[in-house]
Design a protein around this ligand. Structure first.
Ligand code: BEZ
Length: 212
């Protein structure tokens, strides 16, 4: 069966550039983003890993740990990291899993044979502190990912876990939110949304950003 939003993220033990990692223990009580890249020493992947390293303060603010993976081995990753640091002007500050046995790639269905039999596509799994998959993305090798969009989506996930809201198209942290349609009791609405709300349509009710 495939991995879905809400599935428990498969656990594994695998070598990494920071030593052996038992995935669920490594996540601990934080969130995680597991992202694959097709191959070491390739240009798009080089920019992506540099970008994720530069965004560490943003991931830290959201209590989320990043981890990369490709089907190359750790020795290859370690050599490539030197190039990433040199060309992207950043120190790599998260582990990359070696996966030459494709253990992780297979568990997470990261190899799409209609494209390539052996290399991983650009998969993203956002995993919460209960080890549940909360978001998945799949990009082809030729298209680098937008990590600002991934941070934006994490902001939405973490906000909507806390308040009875959803976030609309292109929403950004701090902007108005949508009250979930299942909430109808006027007393509950008053209590949950002290900043008030506007009824545009009975199913479309807008409330100011409920967070701090
Ligand atoms: C890249 O990262 O640039 C790349 C990797 C595999 C295929 C195509 C591009």
């Amino acid at each position: 069966m495939g991995l879905h939003i809400g599935s428990v993220a498969p656990d594994f033990t695998q070598e990494s550039t920071e030593g052996p990692i038992k995935f669920h223990d490594w996540i601990g009580d934080k969130w995680a983003i597991l992202f694959s890249h097709p191959k070491d020493f390739t240009p798009v992947c080089t920019t992506e890993l540099g970008t994720v390293a530069k965004l560490k303060p943003e991931f830290d603010k959201r209590n989320i740990k990043a981890i990369g993976v490709s089907v190359d081995d750790v020795e290859s990753h370690k050599k490539w990291v030197k190039d990433i640091e040199e060309t992207q002007n950043v120190k790599l500050n998260f582990p990359i899993l070696g996966d030459s046995d494709k253990k992780v790639a297979k568990l997470y269905d990261m190899i799409h044979p209609e494209w390539n039999d052996t290399l991983t596509v650009r998969s993203v799994f956002v995993i919460d502190n209960n080890k549940k998959i909360r978001l998945t993305l799949t990009y082809p090798a030729s298209t680098g990912r937008n990590f600002q969009e991934i941070l934006r989506a994490i902001d939405s996930l973490q906000l909507t876990d806390k308040y009875s809201v959803a976030t609309g198209a292109d929403w950004k942290k701090g902007e108005d939110c949508i009250i979930v349609p299942s909430l109808q009791d006027p007393e509950v609405l008053k209590q949950k949304f002290p900043k008030g709300y506007k009824v545009v349509k009975p199913y479309l009710r807008i409330t100011p950003y409920p967070g701090d």
